[in-house]
Design a protein around this ligand. Structure first.
Ligand SMILES: Cc1cc2nc3c(=O)[nH]c(=O)nc-3n(C[C@H](O)[C@H](O)[C@H](O)COP(=O)(O)OP(=O)(O)OC[C@H]3O[C@@H](n4cnc5c(N)ncnc54)[C@H](O)[C@@H]3O)c2cc1C
Length: 542
């Protein structure tokens, strides 16, 4: 390969502006209006028109009247300290639902009907146990709350049959407890947001290597509870691969799980908690496998003539190696939109092909050798190396898409993402089925897709949809999402590769694991949470 790749200085954020925008994503200072040419183009291409009603202000969000009985409030204040039980309007709004597009549409319309009655902030494992005891005794539902970035309805408890709902916010559990440098295992508390965790670990020369798009605001507990996967998962693995042990508070007491790197001592109960989305217990501590901070990062772009050709090349690398740390491939539409500059949108290049990004992180000699060997494979399978430019600009801009979503919502477009995974042999069918379902239900939306995570046996597909908001944008998206879910199931994909189940995927998940599977989950929940107070309605039906 004659393209020169140099180590790129991609800043890994180690702080996030607090608090996050209550009605959208991220740092409020970064909220931006759409440039006029983009607005015009959205109008011309998709018929997007500015909405008639402006978004509600924080004080205008309508909340249910506070329902917590006085003895519960007193008990909670006694358990965690009066200052750590918040019942004010702002705290309740900030803990209402997550950050999916329907969540944002509802809160921007002033609908706070899923708000908790109180936000409780325990400062230790024992305080979490105490909160669970009090809530179980008074039949109060508890929603474990991490970064609040769920996009599957994981934070909207069903309050029917309960005396009230509290959000159990773990943000005070935010310590790096210990680092076992010899074993490369760190114990961290679940309320650490990813940038805070990276900053603490960097002090010891380590990284988790977990960089999902929600990196700036999501927490370690949320990653474990929802089986998150980061953009560098090809190299560092999914979050559930990193969890070697954990402590879990349940209404029945404490679970301590994981005492060796691998074990043949029966079924692995860590797997029961990973992905349980707060319905079985509250994760209060995590023992995580860490990696050394890489000395070098190389990112570069590749062009393939078609999505099928690019997918075949990614498969070859995933199966036969060498495996890059980051490996992703955009389809033709995503490539075309991604290459367009907002001020140059008139010049969308229809023959841009498909852009792949390959990134390599590690020690200088090893990284370059891995890059050269992978580059030879990609070139041999039809790829053209575009050099570091596209890879580095992807790496620099990789946390900005959620900000753009807010701007588009404000301009009258619905933008949402959905994802699935399947075996390589099923992937083309899955891709076609989801696209067709979205096109069928939304008329002529923009549907973009990329291969986001690769494995030897298959890959995940991540779709982004942009469409003009109808008069009922929530109903419009509900119909489209239902059609996409059905298409995923029919084409043999999983209902989620990394967003989780929540309430939005609950029925499709039940169909995926079957009646007996649901019974097993129900049995586990009944044992750990006999009063059913933990996140009712999330993961399995209440
Ligand atoms: C813009 C955007 C981009 C995203 N990109 C990605 C991505 O690239 N990869 C990815 O995997 N996901 C992504 N997500 C989804 C989301 O960030 C992940 O699901 C993440 O794991 C949630 O973490 P959190 O701390 O925000 O958890 P929350 O949203 O607060 O909670 C998620 C679920 O876990 C439960 N929970 C939280 N903390 C605990 C705990 N300590 N114990 C028990 N249960 C708990 C909650 O009750 C809830 O059901 C994205 C979301 C957004 C909004």
């Amino acid at each position: 390969m004659d393209v020169i790749c140099h180590s790129v200085d991609v800043e890994i954020p180690t702080t996030a502006a607090e608090p996050m925008l209550w009605s959208g994503w991220g740092d409020p200072a970064r909220a931006a209006e759409l440039p006029e040419p983009v607005r015009r183009l959205l109008g011309d291409l998709l018929g997007v028109r500015a909405p008639d009603t402006p978004a509600a202000a924080l004080g205008e969000v309508r909340l249910p009247g506070p329902a917590l009985p006085a003895p519960v409030v007193a008990g909670l204040e006694d358990a965690v300290g009066a200052g750590h039980v918040r019942r004010d309007h702002e705290a309740r709004v900030r803990h209402t639902r997550g950050k999916s597009t329907p969540d944002l549409l509802r809160i921007r319309a002033g609908d706070g009907s899923d708000a908790p009655d109180a936000v409780v902030l325990p400062g230790s494992h024992d305080e979490v146990l105490a909160v669970l005891r009090i809530c179980a005794a008074h039949r109060v539902a508890v929603v474990p709350f991490g970064g609040g970035t769920s996009v599957v309805g994981g934070l909207a408890a069903d309050r029917r049959g309960f005396a009230g709902v509290v959000a159990l916010d773990v943000s005070r559990l935010n310590r790096l407890v210990s680092v076992d440098a010899e074993s490369m295992v760190a114990e961290l508390e679940p309320g650490l947001r990813a940038p805070q965790a990276e900053r603490l670990l960097a002090g010891h020369g380590f990284t988790l290597g977990h960089f999902p798009q929600s990196y700036e605001y999501a927490t370690l507990g949320g990653f474990a509870a929802a089986r998150s996967s980061g953009q560098a998962s090809a190299g560092y693995g999914r979050f559930d691969d990193m969890v070697v042990g954990m402590t879990v508070a349940t209404p029945r007491g404490t679970l301590e799980l994981g005492r060796a790197p691998k074990s043949a001592a029966g079924p692995d109960l860590r797997q029961v908690i990973l992905g349980s989305e707060g319905a079985f217990g509250v994760i209060t501590s995590l023992r995580l496998r860490v990696r050394r901070v890489p000395a070098e990062r190389l990112y570069e772009g590749w062009r393939f003539a078609s999505f099928a050709e690019g997918t075949a090349a990614l498969r070859r690398l995933a199966q036969d190696g060498p495996v890059p740390t980051v490996l992703r491939l955009s389809d033709e539409t995503e490539t075309m939109v991604g290459l367009a500059r907002p001020d140059e949108l008139g010049g969308l290049a229809a023959d841009a092909g498909c852009l792949a990004v390959a990134g390599y992180e590690g020690e200088p000699g090893e990284t370059r050798a891995r890059r050269d060997a992978a580059a030879a494979v990609l070139a041999g399978l039809g790829g053209t190396c575009l050099g570091p430019g596209p890879g580095e600009s992807w790496a620099r801009g990789r946390y900005s898409a959620p900000y753009l979503r807010d701007s588009l919502l404000g301009a009258g477009a619905t933008v949402e993402t959905l994802e699935t995974a399947g075996f390589w042999s099923a992937l083309p069918g899955l891709y076609d089925a989801v696209r067709l379902s979205l096109q069928g239900s939304l008329g002529s939306p923009l549907v973009m897709c990329h291969v986001s995570h690769v494995y030897g046996t298959g890959a995940s597909l991540y779709f982004t949809v942009v469409t003009a908001q109808s008069a009922d944008p929530l109903g419009q998206w509900e119909t489209a999402k239902k059609a996409a879910n059905e298409a995923i199931v029919a084409a043999g994909g999983t209902i989620s590769h990394h967003h989780g189940v929540g309430r939005d995927h609950r029925d499709a998940y039940a169909a995926e694991i079957g009646e007996l599977g649901v019974e097993i989950l129900r049995g586990i929940k009944d044992r750990l949470d006999p009063d059913g107070i933990l996140n009712p309605g999330v993961l399995i039906a209440g």
